[in-house]
Design a protein. Sequence first.
Length: 357
Amino acid sequence: MKKRHLIILCLSLIVLSMSTSCFGKEEKRIEAQWENALLLPGCAGMPENIGLAGAYSGIVEGKLLVLGGANFPDKYPWEGGTKTWWSALYSYDLDTKNWSVFDDFLGRPLAYGVSISLPEGLLCIGGCDRVQCSNKVFLIKKERDSFVIDSVSYPSLPIPLANATGAVCGNCIYIAGGQESMVNERSTHHFYMLDLLHKEKGWQKMPAWDGPSLSYAVGVVQSGKFYLFSGRSYAPDKAMTEYTEGYVFEPDSKQWDKLTDIFPVMAGTAVPYKNDKIILLGGVEELLPTSPEHPGFSRKVRILSTETNRLIDTIDCPYPIPVTTNAVYTQDTVYIVSGEVQPGIRTPLILKGIFRK
């Protein structure tokens, strides 16, 4: 009888060992440490910065750059306030912790474009002012003790585009969705690719996702694939609709797949984490009227595994997570640069998150 028990015990240990080797150890949860004290300085025309939506941002040679953007400096929208676009550049030295401000750096007010951090500088793609959308693509690069605009080294977009999303994947930049005009605004199915090794070919039109037209979607690259989440569609002849679908584009096959989870992250941001995760930061979970009673946008940080393409965890942020902004990611640290915390209400604060397992 004892011999039989010993055999059963040995078999159980073998099964347990096989189970551990097949499925691995339980994955550690990602933890986040948050700071919300870094403040945008003022500029000409705005001595006390109230925050910016749609600003371009990135890190260039140890400087966190924020430029352009739009806000309501005098009155809130429900009070009859007029949206104002800006052209200043703010540079924050990550070592010395000092700000430098370059007034009217852009030469024209501009916001709601796509920001791509490249080794040579910050690439700003499209955007808009009060009157029209832009097809311009320009690089902000360091030159001696200041910054300059390179407006000739990168091809313009085939069409003007604002409120799009995009990310760099290897040697290619992908741009998705957006709108072409500030009159009779309409979301689009645009999906373009620029090969950085063959810029002379310009922006190439790629097959679009099999779903609704989108603006204010969230785009990010992980594991060599382009992911597209949420967004909203609108047109002069139809009501605005929010979507929570997710899609993934495989560059080699040029095919899209639809994800099975729900992603209520419209106008939020996202960053890749390690080699197999995507961190989705905040977003608009529900379209609600613009008013002082608006509860604010989501503080949820969602974790997606790109091995399963499923959400595996949710973290609550103790601070508001702005939307209609950009997430600047370096190593394990993300900066969410200004943006909106409620419709029409900006924050001058830069949210900093440090992620670790």
